[in-house]
Write a new protein. Sequence first.
Length: 262
Amino acid sequence: MAETQIRFDDGAAYEQMMGIWSRRAGEIFLDWLAPSPGLRWVDVGCGNGAFTELLVARCSPAEVHGIDPSEGQLAYARTRPGAAIARFSQGHAMALPFPENRFDAATMALVIFFVPDPAKGVAELARVLGPGGIAAAYAWDMLGGGFPLEPIYAEIRALGLPPVMPPSAEASRIETMRDLWKTAGFEQVETREITVQRTFADFEEYWTIALRGPGLGAALATMAPADVERIKTGSRTTLIAEASGKVTCSARANAVKGRLPK
């Protein structure tokens, strides 16, 4: 299988494939974070604004800035009525376009494993936060089987092929996230797992939506049709359907939070 990079440029496709998952994990994440109202937020790697919109609805922020490298994703984010107060601009996690002490809270939702140098990305969170500022993140447990597409990935591995992974998958380990936060100078560092489920009308809906992801869809397109069918059949067997035909898939994310000293 040819090497495939994961690039999210289609906000609408991302919404169906991952935005819904992101908000389900994000709800639990924000309950755990329990931030004060009126904070100045930066949402790093905001993508199509799925989590940003949730943040606005749940946290009564004074302001929110969403940063992402993809203009396609940002264009979709700007259409979200629930994120109207947010300002979206292009930028990268390892070089945030803000001065020191600019924000009270910083988040990375399903982002840290895409940052080429995760330590530098977390250091940037610390740089733009003021004293006592909080930084938090959640990421699918890519190496522990927590990714929503794990049923498909397991079948790809069974064929002796490596599934498409983000460049810094190791950063999704809960121990790694804890170490990254402590190394960046955060205190009161806590971690937790977040488990969520999503139900699809039938397996075909799950499969079709999964292929809208840029990594998996491109990877399967390079494979022999017989191998793709084997992967599809194996995934269907794993996701046992209810009598109605509906299938429910689980996913697990790791989360971390910490504060800068005051």
